[in-house]
Design a protein around this ligand. Structure first.
Ligand code: HXC
Length: 259
């Protein structure tokens, strides 16, 4: 997996893949190629049985400072429509394995949206989140109005999107946007530690639980409960269910194989 704008380590730790955005001079601005590379890497990692959890990180200064403004500046609506960048985002969103964003520094615009597309966010104390698109005459386009409103509530989303202001890691934690804050030198290690904790669990259960939680944001309660129940039953077809329950009875640690 050789890419220009990202670095991928499919086994950064046992059963954990790490994708690092790698356009440091541009604060990891998300150009179309970079997003395509993330999509392709995630597709490959989703198919790789050794990988159970995927971490996406930038660097200390920036997770990503948004879509590449210089790439977009001269485009008109039809150029944007034809580029169809959001089908890339849709494919990223469909990743079955748990995704953790490790955020330090700026997570702005598309960068904040990419972090929110992940299932969990571990942030360094220097992390800054924002949807500043309004300052450049547009608005969020990759889920920023939808996911932010769901994550932090209407009035906070309104203020962030309508003023473009950045929030600190502390505020993001208080708003329920992120899972935790750690010192900057530990943020990646903590994201990988959290990934390792999840990677010890039954992989199919993790994937179906992820799918079910995501359904909570798309369905009414009755439909969501039906969906959850089907996934719950489905896991009784897995070897890991037998292993997990047998291990409990035998008072030993379960060895899950993702089967
Ligand atoms: C292109 C960017 C960029 C971006 C930073 N850079 N953000 N290039 N697109 N989104 C470039 C700068 O031009 C500069 O390059 C270099 O990165 C360093 O940035 P500076 O501005 O010099 O750094 P600093 O003064 O520390 O300010 C950091 C910053 C600021 C506050 C993050 O760069 C900034 O406001 N960036 C834009 C943030 C933003 O508006 N994001 C939303 C984009 S729209 P040079 O060559 O000059 O050194 C969006 C829509 C998403 O995301 C739609 C769906 C995908």
């Amino acid at each position: 997996m050789d890419f220009q704008y990202i670095k991928v380590d499919p086994q950064a730790k046992k059963n954990i893949a790490l994708i690092r955005l790698n356009r440091p001079k541009e604060l990891n601005a998300l150009n179309l190629q970079l997003m395509g590379e993330i999509r392709d890497a995630l597709h490959t990692l989703d198919e790789d049985d050794r990988v159970r959890v995927i971490v996406i990180a930038g660097n200390e200064r920036a997770f990503a400072a948004g879509a590449d403004i210089k790439e977009m500046a001269g485009k008109d609506a039809i150029d944007m429509l034809k580029a169809d960048q959001f089908s890339t985002w849709d494919q990223i969103r469909k990743t079955r394995k748990p995704l953790i964003a490790a955020v330090s520094g700026f997570a702005l615009g598309g960068g904040c949206e990419l972090a929110m597309t992940c299932d969990m966010i571990v942030a360094s104390e220097t992390a800054r989140f924002g949807q500043p698109e309004i300052k450049i005459g547009v608005m969020p386009g990759a889920g920023g109005t939808q996911r932010l409103a769901r994550a932090v509530g209407k009035v906070r989303a309104m203020e962030m999107v309508l003023t473009g202001k950045f929030i600190t890691a502390e505020e993001a934690l208080q708003y329920g946007l992120i899972n935790r804050i750690v010192p900057v030198e530990l943020y990646l290690r903590e994201a990988l530690r959290l990934a390792a904790e999840i990677a010890e669990m039954a992989p199919l259960a993790a994937q179906l639980a992820k799918e079910s939680i995501r359904a909570a944001f798309n369905t009414g309660l009755d439909e969501g409960l039906r969906f959850e129940r089907k996934n719950f039953y489905l896991l009784f077809a897995s070897k890991d269910q037998k292993e997990g329950m047998q291990a409990f009875v035998e008072k030993r640690k379960a060895q899950f194989r993702g089967e």
